[in-house]
Design a protein around this ligand. Structure first.
Ligand code: DGJ
Length: 715
């Protein structure tokens, strides 16, 4: 029997153990609930001794860290390489295991002397959040080029009693749709070939027990920190064992490693919680807050945005925008973002994209007068770019038609009248950097909304090879270059709404535009879905016009404003045509957000289980002294009385004063009602945390399309 060396990583509520004996393949032997201290690691292998079954291997076949083919593991595969058809049967054996205890990091080096490749896995514990970040690098040690067709960063064995899969689908203006299904024999697979994170295939999956709910039960999650093509899979093999894996999806011939060259597989962020889906989400939130976001951004209250898009689209008039800015400042807005349409001949989406010079026609005196007006009002100026794209009707395309991604002899798929630039070419990024840098250097601008509005349907370079992977790396480098040159400028990741919202991009940007839909009812669900991975402080949420431009639905200001408070608040409407009473109500909503944004963005986020017709989420301060809950009445309720509000996360022994803060001065629609009985809109009433979490507060009857914000402060 081979003597096993074990690498044990403890993080938050989770333990991961890798069997890593020198000269043997490494594999994850345990991932799940934290093992007790002193647990005899060797017992893991003994406990897992396989039972031989007729018609199968007479010895346990382990999958290795990336289920490479030479191991003979038949249930799934995480690596496909070859050199002109040779050297494909890779079998990696551990050459060294290094533990850096003081840095909470461990590295496993492995190699295959026959196939001549080396793979290094880095396991990094994030002590701020309890998640584990796993990355992998593969190096070609041979004398011939190595073609890499596929590589999962890691294959993680999922506890077998995790019977449910929670995945995320969606569409433009309807992102983060949660899909929960029963795990089945075979593969649950999401493959994304859109060249951006995508609206329909968020690279994250949760596995949990059948009984797991928002506040209870075990769950584990895997997220690929990558903003391009990906594969994400859960394989339930014929053995019954379950494996979760993820990696970049590589196009044919995309990665051919020259001798000595390396491929870095995007990181996988793995998390576990026994405190339900909410507990798991809190870990991901902390990871983003403490390890993805810049400290300067994390520590600064998230300013209220104004965005010009739905107000004026391409119809820019500097005087009208100044008037809009004045109104914005009046109602408490802190950052004014000038969206698409300020440059070149960009009067619609058919021309000008790529020409990053201020439009003389529209801004004859440049942008400075508008910026001075905005900053003079005490607001910060922000501006929109879509650097990766070009309209064929643009000076840039006329000068450099060869700069776009394309496949020879194949017509481009039409997509918003624009083509994607090949960022893997140094001269393209140099040009883009110079243009962005010039605008930022010449103007007092503190914020960039970085948009990206088409899929990469034909991501071929001039050399005929696919560039989708290189495109994402080059994008990250370009953003970083802008950040280094302009460290005080914050950057938002937008991609036709939430098409590029993932942990990869959040290592380079400071906020995501969650969705183009400002319909508050849709937004309730989009934000709920996003909250499985993304914290409120990065999820942009805007108050749109009364009648939503995308759904045509008309909603009250109270509903619209109340919905955006559970996010990073902004406003996106024509303030000059909005009725005065609505503006006054909006100003109050903004004030409420400002009063509570520290709690909202620093506290622990909770979702309560879905109840027909209601969406209930909340944030509880880390010291449990305060909480803010949002109860959205999405539709008519099935029963005569709404249910009790059974809160979570409070300190049972503390007394909390409960008040209804929003809508302002809200009156029940019938009487008697708990709102008036308990003076909830006045001084409120005091209950113990235990009472609020066990007996719960009777919710008042309310019309559908109402959102109530309930505040609790410890006495
Ligand atoms: C798509 C974005 O999601 C919108 O917010 C807006 O910026 C438009 N692009 C501008 O073209």
């Amino acid at each position: 029997m081979v003597e096993l060396a074990h690498l044990r990583m403890d993080s938050g509520e989770m333990t991961l153990v890798v069997a890593a004996a020198i000269g043997q393949p490494a594999y994850v032997i345990y991932w799940g609930r934290q093992l007790p201290e002193g647990f005899a690691m060797a017992d893991l292998a003994r406990l897992g001794t396989g039972q031989h079954v007729f018609g199968s291997e007479t010895q346990n076949v382990q999958p290795g860290l990336i289920a490479e083919p030479g191991l003979g593991f038949a249930d799934s595969s995480g690596l496909a390489v070859h050199r002109s058809g040779q050297d494909w049967g890779v079998r990696l054996s551990v050459t060294a295991v290094k533990e850096y205890g003081d840095q909470n990091r461990a590295v496993i080096h492995a190699g295959d002397p026959v196939a001549q490749i080396a793979v290094e896995h880095v396991f990094q514990i994030d002590t701020d959040s309890g998640v584990l970040e796993i990355s992998a690098r593969l190096r070609n040690l041979g004398q011939e080029p190595l073609t890499l067709n596929q590589m999962s960063t890691i294959c993680l064995p999922v506890p077998r009693h995790f019977s449910d899969i929670v995945g995320f689908s969606g569409r433009w203006a309807g992102e983060f749709r949660t899909e929960r299904l029963r795990r089945f024999s075979g593969s649950w697979l999401r493959e994304n070939r859109r060249g951006r994170t995508s609206h329909d295939s968020f690279p994250g999956v949760i596995l949990c027990e059948e009984k797991t709910r928002e506040q209870s039960g075990e769950a584990c999650g895997v997220h690929l920190a990558w903003s391009g093509n990906h594969h994400l899979r859960v394989d339930t093999g014929n053995s019954g064992d379950v494996m979760a894996s993820a990696g970049a999806l590589l196009l044919p011939g995309e990665i051919i490693l020259a001798p000595g060259e390396e491929y870095s597989s995007p990181s996988v962020i793995a998390s576990y919680s026994a405190r339900g889906l909410t507990g798991l989400g809190q870990r991901f939130h902390d990871h983003v807050r403490f390890n993805r976001l810049r400290e300067s951004v994390r520590n600064r209250p998230r300013p209220v945005h104004y965005n010009s898009w739905e107000a004026v689209y391409f119809d820019h008039d500097p005087e009208q925008l100044k008037a809009m800015a004045s109104k914005a400042a009046e109602i408490g807005i802190e950052r004014f973002v000038l969206d698409d349409g300020w440059f070149g001949l960009r009067r619609n989406d058919r021309s000008g994209l790529g020409d990053w010079v201020v439009s003389d026609d529209v801004y004859p005196d440049g942008l400075t007068p508008l910026i001075n007006h905005v900053t003079g009002l005490g607001m910060e100026m922000g501006i929109w770019f879509e650097p990766e794209m070009v309209n064929p009707d643009s000076d840039l395309y006329r000068a450099h038609p060869d700069w776009v991604l394309q496949i020879d002899g194949t017509e481009q798929v039409p997509f918003r009248n624009q083509l994607a630039l090949d960022l893997s070419r140094g001269e393209v990024c140099d040009h883009l950097f110079d243009r962005i840098d010039a605008i930022l250097r010449d103007h007092d601008i503190g914020y960039v909304k970085w948009d990206m509005n088409r899929d990469l349907n034909h991501p071929g370079g001039q050399d005929g090879r696919p560039k989708a992977f290189a495109q994402v790396q080059a994008l990250y480098d370009l953003i970083d270059r802008v950040r280094v040159a302009h460290p005080d400028v914050e950057i938002e990741s937008c991609s036709s709404g939430g098409g590029r919202a993932d942990f990869g991009i959040l290592a380079h940007t400071d906020r995501v535009w969650t969705s183009d839909s400002n319909d508050a009812l849709d937004r309730q669900l989009i934000q709920r879905g996003a909250s499985h991975f993304l914290p409120l402080c990065v999820t942009g949420a805007h108050v749109g016009p009364a009648r939503c431009h995308i759904t045509g639905r008309k909603l009250s200001m109270a509903m619209r404003a109340g919905t955006t408070i559970m996010g990073h608040m902004g406003v996106e409407m024509n303030l000059l045509s909005e009725p005065q009473p609505d503006l006054e109500e909006l100003a109050k909503g903004i004030e409420l957000y400002k009063q509570h944004r520290q709690l909202l963005h620093d506290g622990d986020f909770h979702r309560l289980d879905s109840v027909t017709g209601l969406n209930i989420t909340g944030v509880v301060a880390r010291d449990q002294q305060e909480a803010l809950w949002s109860v959205a009445y999405m539709a008519s309720l099935p029963e005569r009385f709404p249910p009790r509000l059974l809160l979570s996360g409070l300190e049972p022994g503390l007394d909390y004063r409960v008040r209804l803060l929003w809508p302002e001065n809200w009156r029940s629609i019938t009487s008697p009602s708990i709102v008036e009985e308990l003076d909830l809109t006045g001084n409120g009433s005091v209950f113990s945390g235990a009472a609020l979490m066990t007996a719960g507060l009777q919710l008042p009857t309310a019309f559908p399309e109402t959102v109530l914000l309930i505040h609790l402060v410890a006495e």
